[in-house]
Structure formats: structure tokens, C-alpha cells
Ligand binder design. Sequence first.
Ligand code: GLA
Length: 376
Amino acid sequence: MRAPADDAPRFEALFGRPSRVRVRAPGRVNLIGEHTDYNGGFVLPMAIPQQTEVELAPREDRKVRAFSANLGAAGKVDEYELGQEKRGRGWLDYVQGVTYVLREAGLTVGGFDLWLRSDVPLGSGLSSSAALEVALLRGLREAFGLTLDDVRIALLGQKVECDFVGAPVGVMDQMASSLAHGSAALFLDTRSLQFERVPLPAGVEPIVINSGVTHSHSGGDYRVRRAECERAAKLLGVEQLRDLPDQDLPRALALPEPLGRRVRHVLTENARVLATVQALRSGDLAALGPLLYASHASQRDDYEVSVPEIDLLVDLARSEPDVLGARLTGGGFGGSVVMLARTGSGAAAAARIATRYDKQATHRATVLVPQSTPAP
Ligand code: GLA
């Protein structure tokens, strides 16, 4: 989806009646814990202010008629018949995926008219697709009285990606969109799905900057990383890399290249999530920066999911005294950088970093958090 366009028609103008349900779901930024979720490990995402908004009303028949306001006045209502979902229709695949997984799960919905709009930028590593899935599932829960709790909504959203869209993702993004809110981070054990909300200490605030380099998880690189982890786990005789004790790292490093480095990233990243949670709980701000920078180096060198533009943003963060640390967030190969800054300094620091990036890179940076950016 493109950026929201204000000239797009509203629900009532399109469908000739008011909507019955109106819900939202946020995008997410992951503070730390990258590529650990499909290895059964730990993650620490937060909701961001950017959201996907859904309006819908049930129909008498089995048609789904859907409109994305992000396409503006030129957008068209797309439609399909429930039970006839077919992949390959762009953003409509996420809508079709939702009705597909609901049916597979034995949950019945009828046809509906749907209007949606999102200001989570696509391909920015901030889970625009999870926000859409969770918002639509929330809307359908309300409109059709489905018995679904928020964890089940997240699991169904993940199935949309894995079983319909064809992106073999972990569960972090949908759990974050469905369960994170406010300024607390969601400390999640992706194996047990146990979670706890961990507030940021008053002294720090997040910065999120989109590098303008877009990525896609249905593309090959993400899939290759996941397959490498599965192969390493098999060779090491564990079900998932989560199960590998730290003292077995030397054994992992003896595996054929690059498997050892992939394992080292996952083991050290899991430990960094736990250390970050500890530092947040105890208000140990000094510990946070080194953890974020170490996570970035591990993603860049061991997991090899960074790109030069992202490395540049992280380097620019180092010259800001009030920025404690920075790292690539999300699936990688482009997307966004998350930073932690001293409270009150984030907006100005982010604006300076973006300005310097725009001079040095061929892409343009967008500051997404904090939302209002004063002149540097
Ligand atoms: C994407 C996936 C998540 C997770 C991250 C990397 O965002 O959707 O499940 O694997 O990449 O941490």
C-alpha cells in the first residue's frame, strides 16, 4: 500500500451505507531480538503510533468487496467470493488470506464490505502486513461475533503469511500488533507465547527512522536465513536453536560456513534480549546502548541481514551524544533503524541524523518516531 491519500472516498460514499465496525491495529518496532522468533527465542517489540484502520459492514451474500484508501481517488473496489481466495492480487492477498485462514480454522464469516487505510509504511520493517491482518481479524471478530482472543488473532495473522501469502515468518509481528500498546515493550517468549509488558524507563524514548530501502519477506533472503537455522539445529541435534546451550557454541562454530555464525547470532541475540529486559527493569540506561550496537553488529556480520544504508544510519547515531544505541529492526535487507535516546532529545537527534543521511545516501530517510520532528 502507498501512503494514505486524503482524496480517497470514505466507506459510506463507496458502499452507500455506514460501516458497522471500526477498528485499528498498530505497526511495531522491535527493540531487540531479531531472527530469534522462528528459532523459539525471545523478542522485545513495541507498538508504534502508525496504524492500520479498518471499517467494515457484513453483507447478505458471500462477496467481499474491499477498498484501500491508500490508493486515493483513483483506487477501485476489488472483490472476491468467500471460498474462492486466490493468491496474487497484491494487498488484497492479506484480506483473502484472512478469510482463508478463518475458514481453515472452522470459523464462519459471511461476506462484507471493507474500507481500510494505513500509515504504516510498506516494506519498512515495521509490520504493515501484521497491522492489516490484526486490524481485519479484530473487525471480523466484532462484526461476526467470533470467539477469538488476542493471542489467537496473532496466530491466525501469522498463518495468513505462512499458509496464504507465502512468507514463512515467525510470530513476533502479529503478537506485537495484537498485544503491545502504549509505551511498554512486549517481552515475549515465542515458544511458550508467554509475555510480559515492560515499560521503558522515564529517561529513554525510542526513535524509528525508515531508510527508504524496501524489503519483502516472501523474497528469498529471509527464507534462506530461516532454512540455515533449521539445518544448523538438525546438524546439532536440537529441535530449535533455542534449545542449544551456550557452551555448545564451539560445536556450532565447527559447522560449515555460514551456519556457525548464524547460530552465534541467535544465541547471543537471545542473551541480549534478556539483558535488555533486565536493564529496562532496573533503569540501567548505560547498559542499553552497548546491547543495541552489539545486536546491530551481530546482524551485520554474523547474520548478514543489513545493507549499507542501514549501517550508515547506525553510524550516524553514534555521533549523537543523546542517542544511547541503534540497530537494524525487523527482517532486514532494508527497512528501518530503531534507536534509544534520552527523553526529550529524540526528535532533534532524529532530524539531524535524517538530514545527514539524505546528503550521503541515495535514499531518503523518514523519521517515524517521535512523530513530530522540529528543525535540527
Ligand atoms: C520479520 C518477521 C518476524 C521476525 C523478523 C526478524 O519481521 O515477520 O517474524 O522473524 O522479521 O526478527
